[in-house]
Ligand binder design. Structure first.
Ligand SMILES: [Zn+2]
Length: 112
C-alpha cells in the first residue's frame, strides 16, 4: 500500500512497531569491513605464492571530502564489528521509515 493511502491509525501502529525493531543504539558502527592478505616478504615463506597471510580485517570509514580511514579489527572482534555495522544499516532504514511516516502525518495536518 502506498503511504498516502495508509490510514492514520495504521501509520501510527507501524511507527510503533518500527521503534520496537530498532537495534540498541549503542551497538552501531558506521563503515565497512575490509579483508586484506599480506605477503610478509620473508625469503622462502609459502605466502609468496598464495594470496598472502590473512585474512586480516579493517574497518574502513569514509567521510565526505576525506580519505577513508582504516582501523585494524582484531580477529576476536570481527563478528561483533560485523554485527554493529549491520545494526547501523538497520537503524538507518528504520529511522528513514519513521521519518517518512512523520512526514506523511505532517502533510495531513495530523498530530505527530
Ligand atoms: Zn609469509
Amino acid at each position: 500500500m502506498k503511504i498516502e493511502n495508509e490510514p492514520d491509525t495504521s501509520l501510527r501502529r507501524r511507527r510503533q512497531a518500527l521503534c520496537r525493531q530498532l537495534p540498541p543504539l549503542k551497538a552501531v558502527l558506521r563503515g565497512s569491513l575490509i579483508e586484506r592478505y599480506k605477503r610478509c616478504g620473508k625469503p622462502g615463506c609459502k605466502c609468496a605464492e598464495g594470496p598472502g597471510h590473512g585474512p586480516k580485517y579493517y574497518l574502513s570509514v569514509s567521510r565526505s571530502g576525506l580519505r577513508p580511514q582504516m582501523d585494524y579489527v582484531p580477529q576476536e572482534s570481527h563478528t561483533q564489528v560485523a554485527e554493529f555495522i549491520a545494526n547501523y544499516h538497520r537503524a538507518r532504514e528504520i529511522l528513514e521509515a519513521i521519518s517518512e511516516i512523520n512526514r506523511e502525518l505532517l502533510r495531513r495536518r495530523e498530530a505527530l
